[in-house]
Write a new protein. Structure first.
Lengths: 80, 80
DNA sequence: GTACATTTGTTCGTATGTATA
DNA sequence: GTATACATACGAACAAATGTA
């Protein structure tokens, strides 16, 4: 809500959201094993759509930083 | 049960379902204090998904027409 | 007191349509 | 024409709470 992401031509919202979450992981605000906020929660927090959240999480998954499970959600990989 | 809701570009299903239920309340077919049909029942009756039912009920909740309780279901507000 | 079924709450996966840059 | 972004709508599965047998 307070962290509204601005639509910006050069950097897509989903890339920005991925960067925000990646920074939180690297700063330890989200520690290994910790669950990430759910997609609906991220949607509300950053005022973006479901698709944008999914794309952001997909980036972090591809980077090996998080893992996602059905009906469970995403968490920081234990070895991240 | 004959009240199949058609997908129509201008009016989303969940808005139509909310309108149907709102009309029933205003006509007194659902009187104050009366329980609404459960979500599974509404799904079967109108042939829509759970998410659509939930969105429709959310609209009526925000309008103050109904209230919802876990394992109890929704009912028309006593003062509606 | 316990087991079971029902109902809502919540989550992720997926697909489609629309609008815009 | 492609990429971005949103809204709608479906399905599936789990948790939590309540009522009932």
């Amino acid at each position: 809500v307070r962290e509204h992401i601005e639509a910006w031509s050069d950097v897509p919202k989903y890339v920005q959201l991925a960067a925000i979450l990646r920074a939180q992981i690297e700063r330890g605000e989200l520690s290994p094993g910790m669950p990430l906020p759910s997609a609906p929660h991220l949607m509300a927090t950053y005022e973006v759509s479901r698709g944008t959240v999914r794309k952001a999480l997909e980036i972090l998954r591809n980077e090996g930083l998080i893992e996602t499970f059905r009906q469970i959600g995403s968490r920081v990989k234990p070895d991240a």
